[in-house]
Design a protein around this ligand. Structure first.
Ligand code: ZN
Length: 491
C-alpha cells in the first residue's frame, strides 16, 4: 500500500513537471490564473478553496522540489544563494550567509561579460570554498536561459519511475558496501548488451521484484522461491537455489568459483563478473556471467508467470547464444562504420571537415583539447588545455565547441563536425538529452546555426588520431592557450 501511494505521488509529480516546463499549455494557464497568478508554480501556496486535483498537483510538486536543481545557461534566473545550482546529481547551493551587497546577486554576476568565462576574483571573494566546483560548471557563451532539471535522471527530465525511486531512496539510504564500488568498471563497461548491464545494475541495487524484496516493500506477495520453497532473495534466486547452482555448474567458466558462498553480492560482484569463458564456447566477449544472470531471471519469470520450466541446460545455452549473437553484431557494427564514414566524406566534398577529441585526466580534472580543420588539401590543427572539466563527456563537448568557434572565426560556411564520442554526437543530433551538457550543446547548436550547411557524425577512434594526439599533447602544455598549427594533409 505504501508503495502504491508513493507511485501515485510520482505520477502526480509528472503533472507538476509539465507545468514547470510548459507553463503556456492550456492546463498551465488555467491553473496559473486560479492558483498562482504571480506565475511561480514552485512557490504557490495552498488556496483557501482548492479542488481535489490541485491538492494532488501540490503533493506531486513537493516530491519534485526535493530533487530538482538548476543547470546553468546565462545565469540570469539563478540566485547565487537561494537556488540549487552547484551540483547536477544532488541539491546543493553555497552555504551563506551572504554579505549584504551580494545577497541579491544572480549567478550571471559571477560570469565575466566580455569573456563569457567565470570571474575568478569574484568567486574567490564571495564563495571561495566552492571555487573548484563552480569552475567545473561551464557557463554558456551564447546566452541561452538557465534550465530547471530533475536531478534523478541523466537527461534532467522527470520520469515517473525515477520519481518513485527517489521516494524509496529517502527511506533506504545507501548500502554501506556501495561506497567505493566501481560502477563504471564492473557494470557499465561490461562487454554485453546495454539491457543486460542495466539488469546487472538492478540486481546490485536490489531492485528486482523477487519475493523477499516485495515483502520488504510491504507488497502482498508470496516470499518463497517457486522452485524450492526457500525464501526468494536476489542471491537465492541467482546463486543459491538448486536450479541456479546447476546452471552455474554447467557454465564454461575458467574457474570453479563456488557461488553458494556469496552473502554480500556487491562485495563479490567484481570477482564474479571477472570470470572468463573457456575456449570452446565460442564467446569472445569476456562477459558471459551477466548474460547467465539475465537468463536465470527470464527462466524464473517463465516459470512463475507461464508455469513453463526450462531446464538448466536450456537456460545456460540461451545465455551463451545471446552473448555470442550480441558480440558478433557488435563487431559487425564496428566493421561497417568506416565504410559509412568514407561515403559521408565524399558526399560532403567541398565542405570543411573538423575532427575533435579530448584527453581528460580524472585525478586533476584537467583536459587537453585537440581539433583539426580539413579543407582539402590543407589540415589546420589546434590545441588547448583546460582545467576544471568535470567528466570525459564534458571534455569531448568542449573540444567540439572549440571547433565550432574556430570555424566561425575563420568564416567557414559549410562544415561537418566529427567526433569519436558516440554519446556526444547523439546529444548533438538531439536524440538524447544530457543535463550536464545543456549549456555546451546549446552553444554548439546556436553557433552552427549561422553556417550554411552543417552536419555531425561519429567516427571511429582510428580515424581521429591527429586530434587525439593534439589533445594528449595539450595536456602537457601549461598555459591554457590555443596553439594553432598548419600541416599538410596526408593523402
Ligand atoms: Zn529456490
Amino acid at each position: 500500500m505504501r508503495d502504491f501511494l508513493k507511485f501515485n505521488d510520482a505520477l502526480l509529480a509528472k503533472i507538476g513537471w509539465r507545468l514547470i516546463n510548459n507553463p503556456a499549455s492550456l492546463l498551465g494557464k488555467i491553473l496559473q490564473g486560479k492558483y498562482f497568478p504571480d506565475g511561480d508554480f514552485l512557490t504557490a501556496g495552498e488556496a483557501s478553496v482548492m479542488s481535489h486535483s490541485w491538492r494532488g498537483v501540490l503533493i506531486g510538486r513537493d516530491l519534485l522540489t526535493k530533487n530538482i536543481g538548476w543547470v546553468i545557461g546565462n545565469g540570469h534566473s539563478i540566485s547565487i544563494w537561494r537556488d540549487l545550482w552547484l551540483n547536477l546529481s544532488k541539491q546543493e547551493s553555497p552555504m551563506g550567509p551572504p554579505t549584504e551587497q551580494s545577497a541579491g546577486l544572480m549567478v550571471s554576476a559571477l560570469v565575466d561579460a566580455n569573456s563569457g568565462q567565470w570571474n575568478i576574483d569574484l568567486i574567490q571573494r564571495l564563495v571561495p570554498e566552492y571555487e573548484e566546483k563552480i569552475l567545473c560548471l561551464k557557463p554558456n557563451v551564447t546566452g541561452i536561459p538557465d534550465k530547471l532539471i530533475w536531478l534523478g535522471t541523466k537527461s534532467g527530465d522527470y520520469t515517473t519511475k525515477s520519481g518513485y525511486f527517489s521516494t524509496i531512496d529517502e527511506d533506504d539510504g545507501v548500502a554501506p558496501t556501495e561506497v567505493g564500488f566501481n560502477w563504471r568498471k564492473t557494470v557499465w563497461n561490461l562487454d554485453c548488451a546495454p539491457k543486460v548491464k542495466q539488469f546487472a545494475w538492478k540486481v546490485l541495487k536490489r531492485a528486482l521484484p523477487v519475493g523477499e524484496r516485495l515483502i520488504e516493500r510491504h507488497i502482498d506477495a508470496d516470499p518463497k522461491c517457486k522452485r524450492c520453497g526457500c525464501s526468494e532473495s536476489i542471491t537465492h534466486l541467482l546463486f543459491h537455489c538448486g536450479f541456479a547452482q546447476k546452471v552455474w555448474l554447467l557454465a564454461p567458466l575458467r574457474t570453479d568459483m563456488d557461488f553458494r558462498g556469496i552473502i554480500d553480492l556487491m562485495a563479490a560482484w567484481p570477482s564474479i563478473c571477472n570470470q572468463t569463458c573457456l575456449p570452446p564456447s565460442g564467446i569472445t566477449s569476456k562477459a558471459l556471467v551477466p548474460w547467465i544472470i539475465w537468463s536465470l531471471w527470464k527462466a524464473r519469470n517463465k516459470f512463475v508467470f507461464e508455469g513453463f520450466s526450462l531446464s538448466p541446460e536450456v537456460t545456460l545455452s540461451t545465455a551463451i547464444n545471446l552473448s555470442r549473437e550480441w558480440s558478433v553484431n557488435a563487431k559487425m557494427e564496428l566493421g561497417r562504420a568506416p565504410a559509412r564514414w568514407s561515403q559521408e566524406i565524399s558526399a560532403s566534398s567541398g565542405a570543411t571537415i573538423t575532427r575533435s577529441d579530448a584527453a581528460w585526466v580524472s585525478s586533476s580534472n584537467s583536459t587537453g583539447l585537440g581539433w583539426t580543420l580539413l579543407t582539402s588539401p590543407e589540415i589546420r590543427s589546434f590545441q588547448k588545455r583546460l582545467d576544471f572539466v568535470g567528466s570525459p563527456l564534458m571534455a569531448e563537448g568542449l573540444a567540439l565547441r572549440e571547433a565550432t568557434l574556430t570555424c566561425r572565426r575563420l568564416e567557414m560556411r559549410s562544415v561537418r563536425f566529427e567526433s569519436d564520442s558516440a554519446h556526444l554526437i547523439k546529444c548533438l543530433k538531439t536524440e538524447i538529452e544530457v543535463a550536464e551538457l545543456h549549456s555546451i550543446v546549446s552553444d554548439i547548436l546556436s553557433i552552427v546555426a549561422e553556417f550554411e550547411s552543417v552536419s555531425f557524425g561519429w567516427i571511429p577512434r582510428e580515424k581521429n588520431m591527429i586530434a587525439d594526439v593534439l589533445a594528449k599533447n595539450a595536456q602537457l602544455v601549461f598555459e591554457p592557450l590555443v596553439v594553432e598549427d598548419g600541416i599538410n594533409a596526408p593523402n
